[in-house]
Each structure stands twice: as C-alpha cells, then as structure tokens.
Write a protein that binds this ligand. Structure first.
Ligand code: VL7
Length: 137
C-alpha cells in the first residue's frame, strides 16, 4: 500500500483544468477564479480510511472513503452534484469512479518519483495535475 500519498502537496502543473471544468458545467466566472488558484492536497490515512482535502484560498473540498466501499459524495462548492463514488486500487493507482449525471467521471491518483499525480476526468475531458511534497514552513 503506498502510504506515500499521505502528506501535504502543492500543485506544480495543471493541464486542461478548463476542459474538465467545462465538462462539469462550471460557469465562466468560477472557471476564471479556479484557474488562478494554487491548489493544495492534504492526504491522510487512518487505518483503512482515507481523507483527501483539496485546499485553496477560495474554497476547500474534502472527501473521506474506504477503498472498495461505495459512498455517497456531494461535490459541494465544486459542481454541487450528488454522485455514487467508489475508490479501488488498480495496481499502484488509486482510482475513483463517480457515477451520476455526468458520464465517465472520476479521478486517478498515483506516485511517480516523489511527485503525486492526479487525473480528473469527465465526459472525455482529462485534466492532469502534478503535485510536489510541501516542505514544512
Ligand atoms: C478537484 C474542482 C472545479 C468548480 C471552485 C474551485 C475550488 C478547490 O476531485 C477532487 O479531488 C479528488 C482527488 O484528489 C478528491 O476529492 C477535487 C478540484 C477540482 C473542479 C469546480 C470550480 C469552483 C477548487 C476546492
């Protein structure tokens, strides 16, 4: 199990965030704000429970789940939809499927060298984000 997802991470690249937000139906005004944000991830693990926090100066979003257990997710402050989510391991990749109104929606996290990678996907649009470990302030 890669414990190595745990910790605080800061974004260093963000490709096609606009396309992903468009696919989610996020309005232009919010997209413009979101595109300027320096996103941070804080990932914690307590036994079989993961907590992933996405943090910014504008809004924060958190999700808590157990791998292999379906859960109800409300994407509050993002696109505000209710989805049925499930996270599973595909080898060393942590894959979440978010079933709801939007087709082919979800995300995948994995590690490459010392970087945390994330693909956010929705209806054929893929946003690719890379995070580096945050050094203690
Ligand atoms: C990915 C947000 C844009 C609306 C506000 C922007 C506020 C900060 O799915 C995510 O993370 C997964 C994988 O790590 C775990 O939950 C969150 C953030 C993309 C989509 C929607 C723009 C308005 C962004 C919270």
């Amino acid at each position: 199990m890669p414990d190595s997802f745990c910790g605080s991470w800061e974004i260093i690249s963000n490709v096609n965030f606009e396309g992903y937000m468009n696919a989610l139906g996020i309005n232009l005004y919010l997209r413009k704000i979101a595109l300027r944000l320096k996103l941070k991830k804080v990932i914690e693990q307590q036994e079989d429970r993961y907590i992933i926090k996405t943090c910014s100066t504008f809004r924060n979003y958190a999700t808590t789940f157990r791998v292999g257990q379906e859960f109800q997710e409300f994407t509050e402050g993002l696109d505000n939809r209710h989805v049925k989510s499930m996270v599973t391991w595909h080898g060393k990749k942590m894959v979440c499927e978010q079933v709801g109104e939007k087709k082919c929606r979800g995300w995948t996290h994995w590690m490459e060298e010392d970087k945390l990678h994330l693909e956010l996907f929705c209806e054929g649009e893929v946003c690719k984000q890379v995070f580096k470990k945050k050094v203690n302030e």
